[in-house]
Design a protein around this ligand. Sequence first.
Ligand code: AMP
Ligand code: MG
Length: 321
Amino acid sequence: MSALQTEMLAPDAAGVARAAQVLLDGQLVAMPTETVYGLAGDATNDMACARIFEAKDRPRFNPLIVHLPDLEAVSQIAILSPAAVKLADAFWPGPLTLVLPLAKDHGLSPLVTAGLSTVAIRLPAHPVARAFLNAVGRPVAAPSANPSGRISPTTPAHVRAGLNGRIAAILDAGACQVGLESTILAPGVDGTKLLREGGIAREALEPITGPLSIETTPGKVQAPGQLSSHYAPLAAVMLNSDLSDPEAVRIGFGPSTGCDLSLSPSGNPVEAAARLFGLLHEADALASQLGKTVIHIAPIPEVGLGRAVNDRLRRAAAPRE
Ligand code: AMP
Ligand code: MG
């Protein structure tokens, strides 16, 4: 990845407007929130979402939290049950993330949900984050603004130390107040699950939710996407194929070599990541249309985002659970 000149932006009207413009251009902005700095990208833009994984050097496509300014914006992308509305009334804006069913026509990149039928949403309380989200006017995907496996950043200096030259801008509003990630809850018909401990304590939540069922496992992402065969197309998937089998739907990587589809015509792993989920759907549709039962996929180089692409492809190719 070529080094970017990371712009430092003041948390005033001009800085916020510039940050919003950079984000709407598909680039990444580190934004202050009351918990930790978030690495913000346009949640409706596949390439922007792929760049989030690239900048963090994340080895796999775990789902991203979507940041929104208000409940009206939430209702455009997710379904708010009465239990969710109760939690929203009590804790939003604030350090609480809710995992909710996706609304129809949500418009989010499949990289945000990692192909799940739910989306994690948060309304941050930080005034600069709120101004930024209002200026953007679109859902913003934002994991913590640190390289994968490193400590979450609570100051602009932390963000620079990890991501300088890898992101377009940092909206500098000084240190974060909470310094802990958001608490993640999944409200459901038979009670609410606690998926991650964070900025709002269990004791504060349970008067609203009733007893929480605890599903946090240190080091393990609580999402069905982690099951090895999840996101598998209906057709069988074979990796690192030589692509000579005319009975298969063939997905290439790089300049066309007579494949049916290509993950990235230019051989760019970021583009391959951006196209991955959509292309698997397309390949499946093509297979059923042509009466084929297998999808062959060309080798993807195990560098940069290629590793996360290969991780997801291995899950698609794994023996079905
Ligand atoms: P971070 O990337 O550090 O902001 O962490 C995001 C957290 O949100 C991870 O623990 C994800 O597993 C969790 N998450 C995001 N979306 C979902 C979802 N749809 N279902 C369950 N967990 C989710
Ligand atoms: Mg994180």
